[in-house]
Design a protein around this ligand. Structure first.
Ligand code: SAH
Length: 335
């Protein structure tokens, strides 16, 4: 867009003008009333307004909205808007189409990896929802591993504040990709770090998350502690509750042992069913696990499940769980 503006001989401030409109939710160039009419028409002609096309949108009974997009080269990308009772409107963004990691319980992990998304493709997910109303939080907990595409993720984070999402209200979630954690710690934005842990011992963690062989537990936790030292922001540990796998009292105690309560806070995630052999822990088992962590001094909350009826919940983003026809179409256009 900036290039087109230069080609059209427009002054530099035009790009900033266009960006301001887009970030405030304008639906297209036509709405940018302080741009000359012929310039609006020229932009319309020359530049697609978004790098993504919306393929499908599903609305859940709890107000959650899931969007399936396609990139220009036909890659599927999903993003979710979650509305909470306290008024918070949080976006769950994808950093990659598919995911190269193969966590055994995750739907995205079971689909084919496509490619890294560009900063624009990440931002355009957020802009899509911004056009529907205010947004104020973002989590990189959609498809993909953000730390394996950190330049693009940070590029998007630099621009999210213009949409109403400050860096403090932005969280990047990782499997424990250490080089990424270190880079995130070294850059200045006060972004929250979230770590997908899921097991407090290496054998079980490697079984659930093969990436643990490359970056084992102890090293990952060290990198998170260094993050905390540097940024003074608590690290949120995500722990998906799998019945009979990682939800015993002994495992709660083991988890409490490896987590320093000044650095880490635990978010227990009820497992959302996918095509995996796992079953979610019961609400009772989750509450018992939470209480056991608290008894050992570690703060823990249970994540609210949102959008389960449209397969928009944690770990269900796999290009059209709610619409198999679209998934096939996406696969066909990739072939
Ligand atoms: N790759 C990053 C970002 C994805 S975040 C990461 O793993 O942190 C997605 C979060 O949802 C992760 O914590 C992941 O472990 C969790 N998750 C994956 N599948 C899930 C499922 N079926 N139910 C609940 N949570 C799941």
């Amino acid at each position: 867009m900036a290039t087109t503006l230069r080609t059209l001989g427009e002054p530099d401030y035009r790009a900033r003008q266009v960006w301001r409109w887009a970030a405030q939710g304008a639906a297209g160039f036509a709405e940018m009333t302080d741009l000359p009419l012929d310039l609006r028409a020229a932009l319309d002609e020359a530049v697609p307004y978004s790098s993504l096309t919306l393929a499908q949108e599903a609305h859940a009974s709890d107000g959650t909205v899931k969007a399936l997009f396609h990139t220009a080269d036909g890659r599927p990308v999903e993003a979710v808007l979650m509305r909470y009772r306290d008024g918070r409107r949080s976006l769950c963004l994808s950093s990659q189409s598919g995911c190269p990691l193969t966590c055994t319980f995750c739907a995205t992990g079971q689909m084919r990896f496509g490619r890294n998304l560009t900063a624009s493709e990440i931002l355009d997910q957020a802009l899509h929802f911004r056009r529907g109303g205010d947004v104020d939080h973002a989590v990189f907990m959609g498809m993909g591993e953000p730390m394996m595409n950190l330049d693009a993720v940070l590029g998007a984070c630099e621009r999210l504040p213009a949409l109403g999402i400050s860096n403090r209200h932005t969280a990047v979630s990782t499997v424990g990709w250490i080089p990424g954690i270190e880079r995130l710690a070294a850059q200045p934005m006060p972004i929250r770090l979230a770590l997908s842990l899921h097991a407090a011992d290496d054998a079980l963690r490697s079984e659930l998350m093969p990436v643990n062989d490359r970056y084992p537990l102890r090293d990952v936790l060290d990198a998170c502690r260094a993050y905390y030292e540097r940024k003074h922001r608590m690290v949120f540990v995500e722990y998906v509750m799998l019945a009979g796998v990682n939800d015993s009292y002994a495992q709660a105690r083991q988890l409490a042992e490896v987590l320093d309560p000044r650095t880490f806070k635990v978010n227990l995630i009820p497992y959302n069913p996918t095509d995996s052999p796992y079953q979610g822990s019961s609400p009772k088992a989750i509450e018992a696990f939470r209480a056991e962590l608290e008894r050992h001094g570690v703060g823990a909350t249970v994540r609210l499940t949102r959008g389960r009826d449209i397969a928009a919940a944690c770990g269900q983003l796999a290009a059209g769980g709610a619409a198999p026809a679209l998934r096939q179409r996406a696969a066909a256009s990739q072939a």
